[in-house]
Ligand binder design. Structure first.
Ligand code: COA
Length: 261
């Protein structure tokens, strides 16, 4: 795929490492990056050879240091709303991919960078990673999902503190509050993210896809409706070839051979 702001490399297992590549601007998200991320999500959704995405940032300093402030400076009310909506569409498409999407956060994840990481299914961070939503310092609010996903991930009180104070927190604190899943030495960050993707790829791919879709849908439903939805999806899973193979393999004491490739 020809991208202007992303580097991609796909291994034999179908794991694609995607590097956001504007290191001179700490990988800030301009229109071109957002368009490329949207195209990436569309490609990953439609190409069966893509089995997992790992997102990281170019250079040693930043994952993504936010939306591109030089571009934001030129927006007015209408173009700002359009910019936000375009980011939402791209991030949501990544979030809804029926295959694992893992953020390998190798430095600053500020503003749109923190928001992009939050749209990924799982976040691993190196010890030098820094997180924050500093928009309020610019007289702004987050526009790529920060007011929505941050409270859902870390709770409303912690989210409001980060959003209102523009505080920058380190990887250990981000881990403590549930913003990242794991802190990993910088030199092993990509390898650990790839190892996680490989583990997930040994599971039933249809079940993995169903887990993403069920959590995504059930998260915002009232408890009883969420449980009813889970029961419905569980029923679909119970009728699948994948479940027949998984349960048979267990009973026959052999590894399951899932056909999802
Ligand atoms: N948008 C546009 N350019 C950005 C950027 C952003 N969000 N973040 C960094 N850059 C650019 C800088 O302007 C600088 O470009 P230049 O060399 O052409 O002047 C380059 O990236 C390097 O950044 P610099 O500020 O020199 O690095 P630093 O190590 O001193 O500071 C940060 C790093 C992340 C603390 C600082 O760059 C920063 O505060 N960035 C903005 C974070 C932010 O507010 N994000 C939310 C935006 S809505």
């Amino acid at each position: 795929m020809p991208y202007t702001t992303l580097l991609t490399s796909q291994d034999a297992d179908g794991i694609v490492v995607v590097t956001i590549n504007r290191p001179d601007k700490l990988n800030a998200l301009n229109d071109a990056v957002i368009a490329d991320l949207g195209a990436l999500a569309a490609w990953a959704a439609s190409d069966a050879s893509v089995r997992a995405l790992i997102l990281t940032g170019a250079g040693e300093k930043a994952f993504v240091a936010g939306a591109d402030i030089s571009q934001i400076a030129k927006t007015d009310a209408a173009s700002g709303a359009a910019l936000s909506a375009a980011g939402h569409a791209a991030f949501r498409a990544l979030e809804r991919l029926p295959k694992p999407v893992i953020a390998a956060i190798n430095g600053f994840a500020l503003g749109g960078g923190c928001e992009l990481a939050m749209a990924c299914h799982i976040r691993y961070a190196s010890p030098n990673a820094k997180f924050g939503q500093p928009e309020v310092k610019l007289g702004l609010i987050p526009g790529y999902g920060g007011t929505v996903r941050l409270p859902r991930l870390v709770g409303r009180g912690r989210a409001l503190e980060l959003l209102m104070s523009a505080a920058m927190i380190d990887a250990v604190e981000a881990h403590r509050i549930g913003l990242v899943n794991k802190v990993v030495p910088a030199e092993g960050l990509l390898d650990e993210a790839i190892a996680l993707a490989k583990t997930i790829l040994t599971m039933g791919p249809a079940a993995v896809a169903m887990i993403v879709a069920t959590v995504d849908r059930a998260f915002d439903l009232p408890l009883d409706a969420a449980l009813a939805f889970e029961a419905e999806q569980f029923g679909v899973a119970c009728g699948s070839e994948e479940k027949r193979e998984g349960t048979t393999a267990f009973l026959e004491k052999r590894p399951a051979q899932f056909s999802g490739r």
